[in-house]
Ligand binder design. Structure first.
Ligand SMILES: [Zn+2]
Length: 259
């Protein structure tokens, strides 16, 4: 076989893989762009409905993110490096003035819009972050839609970026969790200093999920002065990505990991 043919043959799976990844991402963006003209920003009615939600409606089935995502992660990135950051600190990844312009897919019903409004209310009440309807002038913005499971980029990526909150993700804690990624935070159990606080039990982790247990890179990010938080909304539970039902995250002190 000529060398060139051999080279072509060996590259074929890689090219196919890249094509699928590229196609997948393009499809997501295409759907977001198609739906965007029909997007309606949250209204006064949605924010009023938000306050009438019951605990049961807000917390639903308490679905596990990784179960909804069929054992895949919820952070979309173009790299599969296992070194990750905790809270982004690069100025280009931050949202100027804490303002996050958004558009919402028309596929959400009134109840789901109330859930989104409740989550946004919480950010507005507890932080300086502001989720505000996208205007004509906004070039960098978030499209919230039922795209493909629960996922987000971390921080501002530039241009249109997608926050996918599909049917299984429409629970208040999940929405808050994914919005934290949008703001610029990685998972708590991926902090650089996590070994001081938790033990990762690799033997119990599904091998395909190893990259869900990366560690932060402190050169480009910061803990922002915060202690390790076992109860963080961004901390996976002790059975996350377990292949055998045994714990994958074990606290080094008596404080239980999220359950
Ligand atoms: Zn997450």
């Amino acid at each position: 076989m000529p060398l060139a043919a051999l080279a072509n043959r060996s590259l074929a799976p890689l090219l196919l893989f890249l094509a699928v990844i590229g196609y997948g991402r393009c499809e997501l963006v295409r759907e977001a762009l198609l739906l965007q003209p029909y997007a309606l920003p949250l209204s006064t009615v949605d924010f009023e409905n938000a306050w009438n939600l019951t605990k049961e409606q807000m917390y639903g089935l308490q679905s596990k993110l990784y179960a909804v995502n069929h054992n895949k992660g919820d952070i979309k990135e173009r790299t599969r490096k296992r070194t990750r950051r905790n809270g982004v600190s690069r100025i280009t990844k931050l949202w100027p003035a804490g303002r996050i312009p958004y558009a919402i897919s028309p596929k959400y019903d009134l109840f789901e819009r109330a859930l989104l409004a409740r989550a946004i209310n919480q950010y507005h009440a507890k932080t300086c972050i502001r989720f505000l309807p996208k205007t004509e002038a906004d070039r960098d913005y978030l499209f919230i839609g039922k795209v493909d499971g629960c996922f987000s980029d971390v921080g501002r990526t530039g241009g249109l970026q997608i926050l996918s909150l599909d049917d299984g993700c429409m629970e208040y804690p999940t929405i808050i969790h994914e919005m934290m990624h949008v703001v610029g935070f990685y998972h708590e159990h991926e902090r650089w200093d996590r070994e001081d606080h938790i033990k990762i039990v690799w033997d119990n982790i599904d091998k395909d999920a190893y990259d869900q247990f990366g560690r932060v890179d402190l050169t480009k990010t910061s803990y922002y002065g915060q202690d390790y938080d076992y109860k963080s909304i961004l901390h996976y539970d002790s059975l996350a990505f377990s292949k055998n039902g045994y714990p994958t995250l074990v606290p080094r002190d008596e404080t239980p990991v999220n359950s």
